[in-house]
Design a protein around this ligand. Sequence first.
Ligand SMILES: Cc1ncc(COP(=O)(O)O)c(C=O)c1O
Length: 445
Amino acid sequence: RALSGPAGDDAHDGDGDGVLRRMTALLAYGSADPADPACAAHLHCPPLAVAVAADLAASALNPSLDSWDQAPAATELETLLLEELAGLVGYPAGAAGVVTSGGTESNLMGLMLARDQVLGRATGRPIQLSGVPGGGPPPRIFASAAAHFSVRRSAALLGLGEEAVVSVPVDHDLRMVPEALAAALRDSAGRGELPVAVVATAGTTDTGAIDPLETCAELAAEHGAWLHVDAAYGGGALLSDRLAPLVSGIELADSVSLDWHKLGWQPVAAGVFLVRRSETYESLSRRAAYLNPADDEEAGYPSLLGRSLRTTRRADAFKIAVTLRTLGRDGLGRLVDACHDLARAGAGAVRAHPRLELHADPVLTAFLFRYLPGDPALADRVNAGLRRRLLREGRAVVGRTELPGEGPGRVRLKLTLLNPHTTTGEVERLVRTVAAAGQAEEDAL
Ligand SMILES: Cc1ncc(COP(=O)(O)O)c(C=O)c1O
């Protein structure tokens, strides 16, 4: 029914409380609850209550970060938060950043600054003014075959074309093979191409694999390319003493994506983009007379307009800051460790089950596996079908993906454990539920 009928008809109830209650009930009824132990498909976390409350306060106060006069406190707070997060990444003084809508926007920003810096240097012209030049050496971006699809989409948006992205092979765990990156860069240089950026993923979407960050940094520097680390998922490891060593080398990146709505328990959206040297932001800075006049800035009214691709922008920094203040790095680190433990327990249950096959041990909080039907030729069909069966029956939300490559046999199921309050017993039950659905699917064929 139409949502906007005239007051008094049965589609429109003028009583705001009643409408809110009924529509919230409908939304809840039709939602996938990320707090449910059987809802474990995606990097989609149950938000912390304190973060939800902070988000509501930010919504009610509605500061907008495109100018100081719309958001004096929020501007100051976001600046302080980003300084703290830059420290967490290990950046020296002089870093800068912005709160974004998520990894997609952060990756776009990293590759945009890479394009402007590297292509600008090569052509001697500011790319933000002249656009991507025709002719000249073809620009290239090197990312693993398991990198997030937003890397290719960014290349398209930035006028480089998706074909500018060179897919670097990965190993069994979906981690970039360092020798393959070295060879790809060498071959590309041999063809006279321009290496604009290396994208290293710290925490691939499917397996949480972490590319060899230090080698990526060395190779990028050797070839004059920008290093962007997509730590949208694995950035959460920085919160945990146990897992932080996995992402060492992240501080060598020219830019980093972090996502607090993944392993940070924030309501969507809570992305973060950081650059090591604030001067590399230059090509994004804009002067809009009505938002950030130079005389205001000189008089001590700073603006974050030149940090973001957006103009009007929510104070998403507020909930992250409140969460950090409330739980501290230690408190958040314990949540990360709890989810890591759950993933290991889940992987153990898969390994122990005769009809399930674990793809690889979890690095962070996710792992891939599949059900093994009697007839191996049916594996993809049975696994894809069992996931839909679980959805249809309302029993579980399990991820489904495909390993990189060609041909059959690549469909895998995925569990992403992001609720630290889930118990080991609940994860083991979920694994048994998946196996039983596999059997039912096989029987139904
Ligand atoms: C590694 C990685 N990068 C980027 C993204 C995109 O992040 P967002 O959905 O916040 O835009 C994802 C999403 O899952 C991801 O896993």
